[in-house]
Design a protein around this ligand. Sequence first.
Ligand code: FAQ
Length: 311
Amino acid sequence: EVKNLEEIFEARIARDEKIEPKDWMPEKYRKTHIRQISQHAHSEIIGMLPEGNWITRAPSLRRKAALLAKVQDEAGHGLYLYSACETLGISREEMYEQLHSGKAKYSSIFNYPTVTWADMGAIGWLVDGAAIINQVPLCNTSFGPYARAMVRVCKEESFHQRQGYEIMLTLCKGTDEQKEMAQDALNRWWWPSLMMLGPTDAESVHTEQSMKWKLKRKSNDELRQQFIDQTVPQADILGLTIPDPDMKFNEETGHYDFGEIDWDEFWQVVKGHGPCNKERMKARVDAWENGEWVRDAAMAHAEKKANKNVA
Ligand code: FAQ
């Protein structure tokens, strides 16, 4: 019978039908979605920390309002994604436990420090830029709740990207010192942004199956190339230099060729040894533990109210 169900499922995927939470799905499809969606949610939540670092020091009221809104959007993205993931039969507590114990990953990019205000520009421009490239195809992913969440997330990411690019433009039109800050931020965020899109297709263990299930619509290398081709001309407009001496437009392929990515650095960061991994995890675990009394109080209040209604 399972074989028959599996055939029906495969046929639905082939017809580009959305799979909904109560539909039959292979156990591996469920597991791989829990893995990717929960890691995506964790990335949004951990991703609030590097930018949260600058909210109190934003250079103007307008910048502060925009940055606050952006970081709040990230909280929202994390929450929709946790909800989408819960429909697959995992509880939020379990997902948090996986994050806090180091069992579940979150994006490597958020383990780098934000040392100057220009980093707010570089994160919006590059990190959100790469996130959009990765997430627009996910609006078409086969699992309904994930695909629908991505539509709103992508609209918000596009505001985030413009917010960052505009910070970069302002700095690049400013004093020499400001332009140097912008170049320094680009130098530090460029390579980690390329790594964000995941290992090369040859090293990517999940791509083949995820493409078959239409969880992933494009491979890591395809997305990385698309990101580079989109971003290099934007750096030209800013008058900044991409920190890659091998970056060159290839007339034959119509794409930019680029230098070797430091994959050792990538795996070190993924394994927990990046510059800020410990700090990021500590911030999350502390927030969870210090919030315990609030959760307990909310539960006690809800129970009291429910009892009153019964009486
Ligand atoms: N960092 O076989 P693959 C954002 C892991 S949200 C850490 O290629 P897959 C918004 C991977 O999990 C950013 N680990 O895996 C924002 C797997 O390990 P596992 C997050 C990584 O799933 C902006 C192993 O390596 N976005 O930025 C990374 O097919 C600004 C083998 O890799 C998403 O999560 C990495 N960079 O492809 C917020 C999008 N790359 O799980 C604040 C959804 C790979 O077996 C400020 N996710 N790994 O233990 C995806 O599209 C995919 O999961 C990929 C990885 C493309 C990330």
